[in-house]
Write a protein that binds this ligand. Sequence first.
Ligand code: LMR
Length: 396
Amino acid sequence: LFSAVEMAPRDPILGLNEQFAADTNPNKVNLGVGVYYDDNGKLPLLECVKKAEADMMKAPSARGYLPIDGIAAYDNAVKALVFGADSEPVKSGRVATIQALGGTGGLKVGADFLKKLSPSAQVLISDPSWENHRALFTQAGFEVGTYAYYDAAKRGIDFDGMLAALQGAAAGTIVVLHACCHNPTGYDLTPAQWDQVVEVVKARQLTPFLDMAYQGFGYGIAEDGAVIGKFVAAGLTFFVSTSFSKSFSLYGERVGALSVLCENKEEAARVLSQLKIMIRTNYSNPPTHGGAVVAAVLGNPELRALWEKELGEMRVRIKAMRQKLVDGLKAAGVEQDMSFITSQIGMFSYSGLTKDQMVRLRNEFGVYGTDTGRMCVAALNSKNIDHVCASIAKVV
Ligand code: LMR
């Protein structure tokens, strides 16, 4: 049965973790996967999470099956976070939200639902995009194309190219957009550019699928979420996937969501019923712990304020590391202007390094980034920055 099964290539992002774990270089640094580490190189356990868990342990609960769409308080907290607690979509009940297995799970539930709904639609992702976008929508049965996004020469966005691609897309095309902190480039649209994208999406009758995995890592929770309000104001219906992996440092709990904004409450109920079929036939219902923790934090004003503070600290530290990286590269003798690193936003820097340079960084210096030149600046710290800068200086 399995004799003809081919060996699949390693995952371009998570596969690096396997290689990193096996590396015996004592100076190794993992800038591959998008994970935030503190200045001691430790994965943080947020205080707000610790407190919520301590409260939960005071009255430990049994672990029955959750509803297919997850914990109601969690889904409501997600709606409030994504759309605003007092927003019209939330008040009118026209958002269908399900608890998902991370942001990836939200994307997949949405992709499977869309495949049933619009089987012949094309999916467009940014060029480049998160590696898993193409794989995930392809696995869901879609043909995946790209819209222009990154302009290497400009070290920024090819916005005219992006608009032209969206303008040329057939009605019904599913457009995957990064709501904030574009992965992998770190270049985000300006609010005025978003307005233009929304206009084209509406005029061309495209289906927006907003991936919001980094809310709070750009400029702030509300600031990063503002783009959602633009799509709402335009009267569009659309998909939003949410991840709490990074913003709560709950990577392994697989805690995310999918929200679908519908025309009205009755439509949202029908959509929700279909999303539940996608979930039930894939993994039945979500796990209890991560969703309960996030719901507890978001539902308690004190813990929520603590979360915002801790998230803000992560955001500020990443920005400081960007500056240290620019300065460190200069000090290490890199002649080219690397100041673009501080104009990028979120966890990643698209460094412009070639695949060969990235492979050398890995093999000769134990510095891991993706083959595409993406580096997770959220994993830099005061102890590893010199080694990273010296290593980059040797390969460029
Ligand atoms: C990343 O891009 O590194 C993260 O989103 C983690 C992942 O699942 O790929």
